[in-house]
Write a protein that binds this ligand. Sequence first.
Ligand code: ARG
Length: 464
Amino acid sequence: MTSNQNDPAASARGSQLASDFTVSLHYDRRLYRQDIAGSIAHARMLARQEIISAESATSIVTGLQSIEAEIAAGDFPWRDDLEDIHMNIEARLFEVIGEVAGELHTARSRNDQVSTDTRLYAKSAALELIDAVRLAQDALLHQADMHVETVVPGYTHMQRGQPVSLAHHLLAYFEMLDRDAGRFASAAGAADVSTLGSGAMAGVPYPVDRESVAADLGFGGVTANSMDAVSDRDFSLDLIYATSVCMLHLSRLAEELIIWSSDEFGFVRMGDGYTSGSSIMPQKRNPDFAELTRGKSGRVVGNLMAAMMTLKGLPLTYNRDLQEDKEGLFDSVDTTLSALHVVQGMVRSAEFDAGRMRRAAESSYVLATDIADYLVGKGMPFRQAHVIVSNLSEQAAGSGRYLHELSLDEYRAASELFDGAVFDITVDSSVAARDVEGGTAFNRVREALQAAKARLAAASDHAS
Ligand code: ARG
């Protein structure tokens, strides 16, 4: 057992540790613009409502603007002993404009203040994420455009299943990202309410005008319940969830690029900027960027779990635990933004080997379904056809051949329904046969590609 009681050095270390424990300045300082915008809107409203004088509001606003410039220029005297961004700015305001600074915190608490700041941040982060998603989608369309008629095996269980257009494969990721954009938009919506006026938790005893503050800050409305307002972090969970799903999608795409760039597949060559050499093996083109995209998805999903665990046991209303909402949120947003930018460049710079992909499709049993469908066309029930072609596949594989290398006699021994037309079944006829909405026939893929381009253009118009 050690005791600090008679040891001033240990006691100083102890109190240093204690204050380090509560400090959030190192991460919440990035909210300075939101914090200052919230304070300016609040001060102006206080003056409009004659809660403070117009002169006080003017000097508060001017002071805050000069502090914002100071922070932006890197000249702000940060003080860890003041714990967070809100206290740092308020203390500095006293230094800059004197005692009138004390009027700013009228009808406000750090509880509604930090919630409003974080909501402002979440809204703009969600919009930035949508922009980054759109760029990644554009890169996919760029590749899809060049590869409508590139045939690649489609896989189930990592086994060659049926041939597909490479563009069709790439457009699958376009759809995933499209849903991500929708989730980011809905997370922005969840954050789009002002909590100012909720005070510490019960509301404030001044004639504030909450709606005008909300409108000044660009919020769509105000929260309905002051107790919920200061303790709700659902908007943050929504955004972290949306980043988690987006990272899962990027991770799956990264995984495919990693596998496809291996010697075993050789389907793709990653752009030089997205691989790195090995310090020992001179031949290596390691897909580090794709691997890190896959790896970082783990941390983002972890942030979601951490945020939910932080919130699950909290009684109403504000508890200091809520300060833990920010690091994971910032990390998830930063990581997803950078992963989206990396994936965008990685996709754009990838070179797909169409010949190699086609050979992989042709040197396989991917036409088995089509051969069964052929028998169905001759009147056989599908289940029966399935058994026959399954046996033929085994027969071919047993003698080191593919299905199209069997003789007509061998086909006819399996079923009298076969004739020479079975040899017209090719990788191309297989793809062409999937002429259904959402299918891989080239004409359908071309249509889907046009539709995707139109959706992306409409989304970009909407955003600008
Ligand atoms: N740094 C705090 C947070 O992020 C600000 C709010 C502090 N409020 C309080 N009652 N201690 O949550």
